[in-house]
Design a protein around this ligand. Structure first.
Ligand code: C2O
Ligand code: CU
Ligand code: CU
Length: 552
């Protein structure tokens, strides 16, 4: 049953792609032919045909807009905070506003929501162990412009339509500043969060996390980069300054009048769909931009900010990227990689060497499609030297130090209480009592058992983790009597997954095992699938970090 629906949903995703490639001007949307007759209709959210004509990006001129580089956020002043007695901390103000921007020269302006009135929002930067304060201000309109599903938990009609709460993805932030999904606030309200930045240099990103509408708020434009730097990384002489750029990727569907289109089901009372794949791939908020670069090395901080899509990136010149960091910072050594796959919320910092390419152009590709063009022009500046052979040691956490292994299913449930399909973690709803309750500073392993036909990128707040292994298991034995039977040897992750992570690809039919030390402040956090449609529809659970026990 599960497989049938999966195939069905895959069909929808493929259709969007096919329509784009077929140069139709708008997406062809049709009911798929093969739906298992034995399956209850209500179990499947059927994708409705858009009532508006959509832009087919293939018809647009390529590489006519410069790649936007989000400006650095500037502190508005200094302030004291009770968590840091006697200290004055830089204070930032991030105001969420409605605005319009052209996603491409030849498209009408698109109404968007953004931090600082920009998409992506300004880049926040901090040094390790130098805390900052951020006031997140909701100055958005009272009405949402994307289709809310009020049957989803947390998005009921009794709640304000527009709600936001900001989360810094990958930050070791105290619970009260982590952006708990139920800590949302309505327009006209704000919250001051503090970020200790007691963590290694890494490319983090901030985004909305409001219960039940995160997918819509992020789709509307509410995200930006958050970069943590540290002295150790700075001593490595990696490309810096204007040669160190965030490159945030996402996909959207755009109507011909410029409006964003978010797909809906054919049930107006329950518009949620399980996937949202756009056909327009945006780099820092632009469709098919170009970037002028000099013949030297650049550091690109790749962030996948898409709702559902994974990116498969390569350079048209065939030269490899040198990957230097993953989600939570530097890898032990640069890794040459011809292709980089990024699932939603994953990051990869790469160094691209344009030296010797003066006067040439090359493109960044997603699969076979060029999405960004680099134009190499010599302006007389020279490179900062060679890439170091080693970056930062990543000490493996010894699994024998784990006090606990938690077996957690990534599953889905049809027709749960009259609702169509929903996704679940550990077989539990968001609102069920907390079951994951690690102790502060303890080490645990979590075995993520994917019983669906899809990849789910699983993210834990607060902590960084390491991937131990992926191992195939017998799904039929599991379904029959909940016994875990492995069907093959454990697969050790590839080198690019041997660094610190905060989001991991959990493959179908596999147990993905991760290990982490629960450092941070006790309190309530969340873990979830980062496919935003899943996250919004129950594939998210709270976890409680308990204070360290008094050791005897
Ligand atoms: Cu990217 Cu719960 O977050
Ligand atoms: Cu997060
Ligand atoms: Cu998922």
């Amino acid at each position: 049953m599960s497989l049938t629906r999966r195939r069905f949903l895959r069909g929808l995703a493929d259709m969007a792609g096919v329509a784009a490639a077929a140069d139709l001007g708008l997406l062809a949307w049709a009911a798929p032919a093969s739906v298992d007759a034995g399956m209850p209709r209500m179990a499947m959210p059927q994708l409705a045909a858009p009532k508006v004509a959509l832009v087919n990006p293939v018809t647009l001129a390529r590489f006519v807009d410069p790649l936007p580089i989000p400006p650095l956020a500037r502190a508005t002043g200094q302030r004291e905070h009770p968590a840091y007695p006697g200290k004055k901390l830089p204070m930032y103000r991030m105001e969420m506003r409605a605005f319009s921007a052209r996603l491409h020269r030849d498209l009408p302006p698109t109404p968007l929501w953004g931090y600082g009135g920009a998409f992506p929002g300004p880049t926040l930067e901090a040094m390790r162990n130098e805390p900052i304060l951020v006031e997140w201000v909701n100055s958005l309109p009272e009405r949402h412009f994307l289709p809310i599903d009020h049957t989803i938990h947390g998005a009921e009609r009794s709640k304000p339509e527009v709600r936001t709460v900001a989360h810094v993805h990958g930050a070791r932030a105290p619970a009260g500043s982590d952006g708990y999904p139920e800590d949302w606030f309505a327009p006209g309200h704000s919250a001051v969060y503090h970020y200790p930045n007691a963590q290694d240099a890494a490319t983090l990103w901030y985004h909305d996390h409001a219960m039940g509408i995160t997918r819509l708020n992020i789709y509307a434009g509410l995200f930006g980069a958050f970069i943590v730097r540290d002295a150790e990384e700075q001593a490595l002489g990696l490309p810096s300054g204007d040669c160190d750029l965030p490159l945030i990727l996402c996909d959207r569907l755009i109507a011909k009048d410029g409006q964003l289109y978010y797909p809906v089901s054919d049930d107006p009372a329950a518009p949620w769909v399980s996937e949202c794949n756009g056909n327009a791939i945006l780099c820092n908020g632009k469709l098919y931009p170009f970037a002028e670069v000099e013949p030297r090395r650049y550091r690109l901080r790749l962030v996948n900010a898409a709702n559902t899509r994974f990116f498969n990136l390569s350079l048209s010149s065939g030269q490899p990227f040198q990957q230097i960091a993953s989600d939570q910072g530097l890898l032990p050594a640069p890794l040459p990689r011809e292709r980089i796959e990024l699932y939603p919320a994953e990051r990869a910092d790469v160094v691209v060497d344009f030296s010797g390419l003066d006067g040439k152009t090359l493109q960044l590709r997603h699969q076979s499609e060029a999405i960004l063009e680099f134009r190499v022009r010599d302006r007389g500046r020279r490179d900062a030297g060679a890439l170091p052979a080693t970056l930062r040691a990543v000490n493996r956490i010894d699994p024998s130090t784990a006090v606990r292994d938690r077996l957690l299913t990534l599953g889905e449930q049809d027709d749960a209480g009259g609702r169509p399909m929903m996704m679940m973690l550990g077989g539990k709803h968001w609102s069920a009592p907390i079951t994951e309750d690690p102790r502060q500073d303890s080490v645990e392993t979590w075995s993520l058992l994917n019983v669906t036909g899809d990849v789910h990128p699983i993210h834990l707040h607060l902590v960084r983790f390491q991937v131990i292994e992926r191992r195939p298991f017998d799904l039929f034995a599991w379904n029959a009597n909940k016994t875990l039977k492995y069907t093959g040897p454990a697969q050790i992750p590839p080198a690019h997954e041997m660094g610190w992570k905060d989001t991991v690809r959990a493959d179908p039919g596999m147990v993905t095992r991760i290990i982490m030390r629960f450092e941070g402040e006790p309190g309530r956090y969340v873990w979830h699938c980062h496919l935003l449609e899943h996250e919004d529809n129950e594939m998210m659970r709270p976890f409680q970090l308990l204070p360290a026990s008094a050791k005897t």
